[in-house]
Design a protein around this ligand. Structure first.
Ligand SMILES: Nc1ncnc2c1ncn2[C@@H]1O[C@H](COP(=O)(O)OP(=O)(O)O)[C@@H](O)[C@H]1O
Ligand SMILES: [Mg+2]
Length: 268
């Protein structure tokens, strides 16, 4: 499979650098429900990590913990670039370059692309006015250099409503990278997208790696996940049921193991 070869694992090219993010012994309980249980998880610099598992396995809870949205139960620890952070929060995570690409709703549909690209972080002129010229120029550059929008039909002045779902994801991902994200989180970004849009979104995920950044990629479809990731975690009922370096497992073996997890809840 050529795509897999193209994205061949480079998981440990930065072996000396500490993980961008690491969870140690993280559990998360909501009332009676234990969504995460003793999770150990990490993402290395420049690494794309896949999260697989059935509905309710805890994938979203895990990434929401990384985003600072959930606090781990006591005993759990979060490390950023090797340093333990005790007051982990959304603001803290964002300040450290952890960006989440939400499905479409992250964009303002009625605004032009350039406006969306800089939403909330608009550059200003020395007189304190919005630097519209810079935003339009930078948007055009990012769209052609990073998003492969060569078509004249996609112009920074276009409103978002005119874009396809995949193109919208592209804007959201490019925005995350432009603003120096260290780690981009994508929780089911291809949900509800057409085949072509999905392909485009997967290409953007590969672009995150090319930009030397890290990502956590969640998708139901293993055929989406396998080609773009370096490593994979399989979650089952709130626990890590398996961790795989992609170079060590074929897609067929992985599918086989996922079935076994679904049947018995254990891998070996
Ligand atoms: N805010 C919450 N309050 C109560 N239960 C929750 C909350 N978030 C998630 N859960 C529960 O935690 C479990 C894992 O959910 P989730 O992380 O969304 O799984 P996944 O994303 O893998 O489908 C589910 O049983 C879900 O109902
Ligand atoms: Mg989920």
């Amino acid at each position: 499979m050529s795509t897999a070869a193209a994205h061949k694992s480079q998981a440990h090219t930065s072996a000396d650098a500490p993980p961008v993010i690491e969870l140690r012994n993280v559990s998360k309980t909501f009332g009676e429900v234990r969504s995460l249980s003793g999770i150990n998880f990490k993402v290395h610099p420049g690494e794309i990590v896949g999260l697989l598992g059935d509905n309710g396995a805890g994938k979203s809870t895990l990434v929401k913990t990384v985003m600072g949205f959930h606090r781990p139960d006591s005993g759990g620890e979060i490390f950023f670039q090797g340093k333990r952070i005790d007051d982990w929060s959304v603001a803290r995570a964002r300040g450290l370059g952890i960006e989440t690409v939400y499905q479409e709703r992250a964009l303002c549909e009625k605004q032009p692309i350039w406006r969306n690209m800089f939403m909330g972080r608009e550059p200003r002129t020395k007189w304190g006015l919005l630097d519209v010229k810079k935003m339009r120029e930078e948007s055009a550059r990012l769209m052609s250099e990073h998003m492969g929008f060569t078509s004249a039909a996609v112009h920074p002045d276009n409103v978002v409503t005119t874009m396809s779902g995949g193109e919208k994801q592209g804007v959201a991902i490019t925005r995350a990278l432009y603003f120096d994200a260290q780690l981009v989180i994508l929780d089911e970004p291809t949900m509800g997208l057409s085949l072509t849009e999905t392909k485009k979104t997967l290409d953007f995920v590969a672009g995150i790696k090319k930009a030397g950044k890290s990502a956590i990629f969640i998708d139901h479809n293993i055929f989406h996940v396998y080609p773009v990731v370096d490593r994979l975690y399989v979650l089952d009922r709130g626990k890590v049921a398996g961790v795989y370096d992609k170079s060590e497992i074929s897609m067929d073996d992985l599918i086989d193991r996922l079935y076994r997890v679904a049947r018995s809840g254990s891998l070996e």
